[in-house]
Write a protein that binds this ligand. Structure first.
Ligand SMILES: C[S@@+](CC[C@H](N)C(=O)[O-])C[C@H]1O[C@@H](n2cnc3c(N)ncnc32)[C@H](O)[C@@H]1O
Length: 341
């Protein structure tokens, strides 16, 4: 998978060209809260697992005077934009044009086996939504592609064309939490017998056909979200990356996850719960299970409940509305490994 790092290896795909971008590429969400949870060390090594426009990476490099940041992104437009933005920091920024699912291997290939912090700011950037040439938004006419990584094999149009009715219904139910998943899948299977569904607007008109006006946007949002998650295996990637994180973190290192829908947040929540020490009732020592869980714990939770953006941030940037932040700290290995002695 590793095809080299550094902006010199990047080719421009005219369909994904970002050279016309002026103004904001993406406004970072919950940046201050994330930095606070990372508790930056001056000379730390950090991973920005979702580089996007490079807002987080830039803030880390600026605030921790000799820190280095390894920035992952699979989208060539994000790679180019962030590389340009961060070029002034020289070797303190390293682009990793890889899926974060291969976080440990990609870092090892660059000589890194331990880091001080990892931050995930999941989902898609404003740039990806607003200059949408790959069909992420039902509001913009575009080919039904949805691949955030152009190396992926299967587009959204292929998922729509080649999945059977029950597979489509399952995708809409599992990844869009859509109540009428079965009915929508049936409409799609019916429509595709007449013409192949190739564009966002074609798909949107099939889905909204016969649907009440006031239900249309929320239904379209759920179905488009579900397809994007399926095409990019977003939940699988997150699970894989999280599993690798505790071993990558140095003792006291921090992990921060900012998610934008309940499916991602649930994965982060369950992972943190599995990896963290149990909580004892005041005055209780717990039982054998709690003792084993305590010995096995690799993380200490920094957030018992998910942190939401401030009202001011949501007013300034409505796209921050659904963000939820969870964070944890790597427990020192000498404590975590008592069960292995
Ligand atoms: C919300 S944006 C990040 C914005 C960034 N924090 C900033 O301040 O500009 C999410 C980015 O993660 C990237 N991304 C999503 N899934 C990824 C994955 N599995 N591996 C690498 N990058 C991914 C997307 O392409 C997108 O550019």
């Amino acid at each position: 998978m590793d095809n080299g790092s550094g902006s010199s290896s990047l080719k421009t795909d005219p369909k994904r060209d970002d050279s016309s971008v002026v103004g904001a590429y993406h406004t970072p969400v919950m940046l201050e809260e994330s930095l606070e949870c990372l508790a930056l060390c001056e000379d730390g090594i950090y991973v920005d697992a979702t580089l996007g426009g490079g807002g987080y990476a830039e803030a880390i490099i600026e605030r921790a005077k000799s820190a280095r940041v390894f920035g992952f992104d699979t989208d060539p437009a994000a790679q180019r934009y962030a590389s340009n933005r961060l070029a002034r920091f020289g070797e303190r920024f390293v682009l990793v044009p890889e899926n974060f699912a291969s976080i440990a291997d990609a870092l090892r290939a660059r000589g890194i086996t331990a880091v001080d912090g990892i931050v995930f700011d999941l989902g898609v950037s404003s740039h990806q939504l607003d200059t949408d040439s790959i069909g992420l938004s039902y509001r913009i006419e575009a080919p039904l592609d949805m691949r955030l990584d152009p190396r992926l094999k299967k587009s959204a149009a292929e998922v729509i064309a080649n999945s059977d009715e029950s597979q489509l219904a399952q995708i809409f139910r599992a990844y869009g939490e859509e109540r009428f998943a079965g009915q929508i899948a049936r409409k799609i299977v019916q429509a595709r017998t007449e013409a192949r569904i190739e564009t966002t607007t074609q798909l949107a008109s099939v889905i909204t056909n016969g649907l009440r006006e006031d239900k249309r946007n929320e239904t379209l949002s759920r179905i488009f979200q579900a397809l994007r998650i399926e095409v990019n295996d977003e939940l699988g990637n997150l699970r894989q990356a999280l599993e690798q994180a505790p071993e990558l973190l140095r003792d006291g290192g921090r992990i921060v996850v900012v998610s934008y829908h309940s499916l991602e947040d649930r994965i982060a929540k369950e992972f943190f719960r599995k990896e963290s020490a149990p909580r004892f009732e005041p005055g209780s020592l717990g039982g054998l299970k709690e003792a084993i869980d305590l010995a096995r714990a690799r993380l200490r939770l920094l957030t018992r409940k998910p942190v939401a953006p401030s009202r001011e941030e949501v007013e300034r940037n409505p796209r921050a509305r659904s963000a939820r932040l969870r964070a944890a700290e790597r427990i020192a290995r000498s404590i975590a490994r008592i069960d292995e002695q």
